[in-house]
Design a protein around this ligand. Structure first.
Ligand SMILES: O=P(O)(O)OC[C@H]1O[C@H](O)[C@H](O)[C@@H](O)[C@@H]1O
Length: 291
């Protein structure tokens, strides 16, 4: 893509990251060109609901798109075609480091896409098309990821919408809805466990893949309306917070950043999915401020 077209498609910016602003009444969102990553979402109350690290690196205007950019730490990174280190590829796949193109934009929603090219083939030999649609409502935002096998042979993938929710203080928040759900604990060699409590509180590192979770969870924070987090088409929900020790080791993350975020991710993580030639897969996550 020419720099001129890129600038026309992504005229807005947040922390120097080029993107596209969407509006629905008083609500607003900014979708970044890198990785089709939602970088900001403010509902009608004007409160920012997504965490974006002030120390984050990433693709800036004018950077060459012929190599992968450093991942942007925050918003809603799209992990594709691999979740985390669960496979031979670079962590979370290559899609979050690529410049995506804009396919449609009606002011309230936008669709971005990427497909195989010389860069993706350095990491994965397959023909594919991936798209992300961000749809804004007054009190909600929905991110939909779609993958299409354009190859002559079947391929397998895993993926996630790696949503970083912004919190005042994670220690005061409660995530409701995971009571009785089984999870793989990545802080304990992926041992399988069962969560007893329905209200999860966090004060240290948490890195869990919940399998067959309920379709909606609720995030409670003192003095704020409840946030509903729902998903469709994804088999797992990942909950991640680095806690104080890992936070200090992450170069693109403030030491106290762990207090102000919680990742609640719609994911296919525990087991990969296989798409036959010509097949599509689609999954979405909706964040909604409840009255
Ligand atoms: O640092 P990143 O590559 O963005 O990954 C951040 C985190 O993503 C997921 O939530 C994984 O479960 C974690 O194990 C990982 O640390």
């Amino acid at each position: 893509m020419q720099q001129q077209d890129f600038n026309a498609q992504f005229p807005d910016e947040l922390q120097g990251f080029p993107g596209l602003r969407l509006r629905a009444g008083k609500a607003s969102a900014l979708v970044g060109a890198q990785g089709a990553q939602l970088l900001s979402w403010q509902g009608a109350d004007g409160r920012e609901r997504l965490f974006l690290s002030s120390a984050s690196d990433g693709l800036r205007r004018g950077d060459a798109p012929d190599r992968l950019a450093a991942p942007i730490r925050g918003g809603v990174p799209v992990c594709f075609p691999q979740f985390s280190g669960r496979g031979p590829m670079i962590k979370h796949g290559f899609a979050r480091g690529m410049a995506w193109r804009l396919d449609a934009n009606d002011g309230r929603s936008a669709t971005l896409s990427c497909s195989d090219n010389a860069l993706s083939r350095e990491h994965w030999p397959h023909a594919f098309h991936a798209s992300v649609r961000v749809a804004l409502e007054e009190d909600a935002v929905t991110v939909t990821l779609e993958a299409h096998n354009r190859d002559g042979t079947a391929w397998a993938f895993s993926c996630a919408l790696h949503t970083y929710l912004r919190l005042d203080d994670v220690r005061q928040a409660r995530l409701e809805g995971l009571g009785g759900v089984r999870y793989q604990d990545a802080t304990d060699q992926n041992r399988e466990k069962r969560q007893e409590e329905n209200m999860l509180s966090i004060g240290a590192e948490v890195d869990r893949v919940y399998m067959a979770p309920p379709p909606a969870l609720q995030l409670h924070e003192p003095g704020l309306p409840v946030l509903s987090i729902s998903q469709q088409g994804f088999a797992d929900t990942v909950v991640w917070n680095p806690g104080p020790e890992l936070a200090r080791k992450l170069s693109d993350f403030p030491d106290d950043g762990w207090l102000h975020m919680l990742c609640v991710e719609a994911a296919h993580a525990a087991a990969p999915l296989t798409l036959q030639p010509g097949e599509h897969w689609r999954g979405s996550q909706t964040l909604r401020v409840l009255a």
